[in-house]
Design a protein around this ligand. Structure first.
Ligand SMILES: C[S@@+](CC[C@H](N)C(=O)[O-])C[C@H]1O[C@@H](n2cnc3c(N)ncnc32)[C@H](O)[C@@H]1O
Length: 369
């Protein structure tokens, strides 16, 4: 999917402009200069001008530093001084119809004041992610009441707050089908879902993963006549390990939608050790080898599993050890496990496979260690 920076780049190229600078120090630290300059133009703050003398600093259309340019971004108030070569209206007229990303705040009143604060923060962070690709205006916040507006510290004038319901918002825009991101959904989000005109994320902050609130948003939309594709984001087939904060879900969606990243990679990018540990707690018990040594039971996992899981879970060694402790597991390297296995006799005890090692052999093992 084309980003705002792509559209800006193409428009400049069409006009024969190969590099642009600025008349101030603005944007010098920006990581995505073209995108950030285009955002300001789209929001009507500035334009591209032809300047009589080369700017001190300039960048080519890939954002690489070049010697000065005769084209510069400057605030609109400069329009009487220099010749404008790309106005906000002109750039806006080139924008494709990007999808809407709706955060549905219908459950706003179910949140405590602290949670409402977190919701506002996550919405602001979602705006930050969207503006890295599009204009930010694609972020719609529905059921946006006065309390939300007063608590939201982000740029309200650069997003689309909407007082009414999500269904009303969609109808006004002629949208009759959406993808609802829903951890409780049966189906996994896929490329086939990327053709919808709106994605809906539940404006929900919770500490309990058992709460089943997102489906209610879907039911409400369906009652209002909107077709809802409920879709979940998973990591290797399971929602455990997928971060559930609104902004992280937005980030994963954007990585998949715009950058065409596979779901597992997108999830990894937005995962924190906390989420990775959730998943590790589920994974490690499946890999346990049970030993009964001199009548004492040990649950062992291979040390090498750390490297294996680090490939798709954002864990550090300390996270691995923490989960081992919580699950009362010990870790041994492959070689040692191999040696233990050679000394042991497999036996079914209470329906579980144990490797039993006798006293004499255990002593030998200690001697060998
Ligand atoms: C904190 S989660 C809410 C989870 C909550 N337990 C519930 O009632 O569904 C906030 C929003 O993020 C999105 N979300 C979180 N995890 C998701 C996942 N694995 N797949 C799809 N969407 C997800 C949903 O839109 C959800 O409404």
């Amino acid at each position: 999917m084309r980003t705002l920076a792509d559209v800006f780049r193409e428009t400049l190229k069409e006009r024969g402009i190969e590099s642009i600078g600025t008349l101030s120090k603005r944007f010098r630290k920006s990581k995505n200069k073209l995108q950030d300059i285009a955002i300001e133009i789209v929001h009507g703050k500035g334009a591209i001008f032809h300047v009589p003398e080369k700017t001190a600093v300039a960048w080519d259309l890939n954002g690489k530093r070049v010697e000065g340019s005769y084209y510069a971004y400057a605030p609109l108030c400069m329009k009487d001084k220099f010749e404008m070569v790309l106005s906000p209206e002109e750039l806006r007229s080139k924008l494709p119809k990007w999808p809407c990303f709706v955060i549905d705040l219908s459950l706003w009143d179910k949140h405590s004041q602290k949670e409402k604060g977190k919701l506002c923060l996550q919405i602001n962070q979602s705006y930050g992610l969207l503006r890295d690709y599009f204009t930010g205006r694609e972020l719609a916040v529905t059921w946006a009441n006065d309390e939300f507006k007063s608590m939201f510290h982000g740029p309200l004038d650069r997003i689309t707050p909407y007082n009414g319901s999500t269904a009303e918002f969609l109808r006004e825009r002629g949208i009759d089908e959406v993808v609802l991101l829903d951890p409780w959904a049966e189906e996994v989000l896929s490329e086939e879902d990327f053709n919808v005109k709106a994605f809906v994320i539940g404006g929900i902050v919770d500490t309990s993963h058992d709460k089943k609130l997102t489906p209610k948003i879907g039911e409400e939309l369906e009652r209002a006549g909107i077709k809802v594709r409920r879709r979940k984001i998973v990591l290797r087939g399971d929602i455990i390990g997928v971060p559930d904060r609104i902004n992280r879900i937005m980030g994963i969606l954007l990585k998949m939608l715009v950058e065409r990243k596979p779901m597992d990679e997108a999830v990894y990018e937005f995962q924190e050790p906390l989420h990775a540990r959730w998943r590790l707690r589920k994974e490690l018990p499946r890999r346990v080898i049970r030993y009964r040594i001199n009548g004492k039971d040990f649950r062992v996992v291979e040390r090498e599993l750390f490297e294996e899981y680090s490939k798709w879970l954002k864990i550090r060694w300390t996270d691995f050890v923490r989960v081992l402790r919580e699950l009362d597991l010990v870790t041994l390297d492959e070689k040692r496990i191999h040696r233990l296995n050679k000394l042991s006799t497999p036996r079914l005890i209470n329906g579980k496979l144990y490797r039993v090692i006798l006293l004499k052999k255990a002593a030998m093992l200690c001697y060998n260690c």
